[in-house]
Design a protein around this ligand. Structure first.
Ligand SMILES: Nc1ncnc2c1ncn2[C@@H]1O[C@H](COP(=O)(O)OP(=O)(O)OP(=O)(O)O)[C@@H](O)[C@H]1O
Length: 310
């Protein structure tokens, strides 16, 4: 469990992280999203004790990082895949980490196998590693102490499609083992496939902390409702209109509703005894939800080109 309480970081005039209060729980993959400069890396650095909060707390398993007796056994992190020693081999890098944390050497070979780095790749000096190999090495380092809490900053950066799929499966299996998995990414589609829950920030402030489906549903412009009973559908349309929603016929057995959530429409249909054969947010995607949520917190908004504006 990661606990943030009023977590704040200021760099001079810039408030990078602004009173962030959130719990990142075990047994699931929590995605960490925000536009460039939103404060994601600073938050992760504070959790790892690399930046000192201006105010508030960042706790891992109820303790500040500095109070953890055996940090590598409590939290593992991949923050920057390029942060490997240029001359040292991947294996030597992991061995050094292991030995300074009383972790047996054989664990190094275990984690190298887990991340798919063979003996030849693990023997290469850090400066010759591709970004993808660096990511795998960084993930191996995070897993070394077999910690219950794992944090990954942009872990699929530089990976090929096989690598991306592998990271996705790894996150899932780590969460299924009951671990806390906190992962940042710019890639919405990747988050949509990987995360169970999302924490979204903009200009350091919390914008959303909810299951991914809820974040997406919250932005749905319209909901499609299909029923084999035209009379029931008309009654449902009437009730929805009375509650302020906008209803349009989308076909003989289908309505398009705006201004009401999927849950609200489902509940009303149930109340009225109208059988539904379809109830789906239409056109909603995480990308769209993200754009709506963060519209006011983008630091450097570009001017949309004509094709983007459509
Ligand atoms: N050491 C520092 N000194 C001054 N300002 C900093 C420092 N580190 C971060 N910032 C500022 O704090 C804000 C948050 O930066 P941070 O890197 O945490 O954002 P991010 O969400 O990780 O962004 P990105 O997605 O671009 O990596 C930015 O405005 C950044 O310029």
């Amino acid at each position: 469990m990661i606990t943030l309480r009023g977590l704040t970081k200021r760099f001079g005039d810039v408030t990078a992280v602004d009173a962030l209060t959130v719990d990142i729980g075990p047994g699931r993959v929590t995605g960490f999203l925000g536009p460039n400069g939103a404060g994601k890396s600073t938050t992760m650095r504070m959790i790892l004790g690399l930046d000192r909060p201006t105010a508030g707390q960042a706790l891992v398993g109820g303790r500040a990082y500095g109070e953890l007796r055996r940090p590598l056994h409590e939290v593992g992190a991949l923050l920057d895949a390029r942060a490997v020693h240029p001359a040292r081999s991947g294996r030597a890098h992991l061995l050094a980490m292991a030995r300074s944390n009383e972790i047996p050497d054989r664990r190094v070979d275990e984690v190298l196998a887990t991340v798919g780095l063979d003996a030849r790749a693990a023997a290469k000096p850090g400066r010759t590693l591709s970004l993808g190999m660096g990511q795998r090495l960084g993930i191996a380092g995070a897993l070394l102490g077999d910690p219950p809490v794992l944090m990954f900053d942009e872990p699929v950066n530089g990976l090929d499609p096989d690598g991306v799929r592998w990271v996705r499966q790894l996150m899932r299996s780590l969460a299924d083992e009951g671990r806390t998995v906190f992962v940042s990414s710019h890639l919405m589609t990747e988050m949509q496939l990987t995360a169970d829950r999302l924490v979204v920030i903009g200009r350091g402030r919390l914008l959303a902390d909810a299951p991914i489906d809820e974040v997406i549903a919250g932005s749905a412009v319209a909901v499609r409702v299909r029923s084999p009973q035209p009379v029931g559908l008309a009654a449902l349309a009437e009730r929805l209109t009375a509650t302020g929603a906008t209803v349009e016929a989308a076909g003989p057995d289908e309505l398009t509703v705006t201004g009401a959530t999927v849950e609200r429409i489902g509940d009303l249909a149930y109340e009225l005894g109208v059988p539904l054969h379809g109830l789906s947010p239409h056109g909603a995607s995480l990308e769209q939800a993200f754009m709506e949520l963060t519209a006011d917190s983008v630091e450097y908004a570009g001017t949309p080109t004509r094709s983007e504006a459509r």
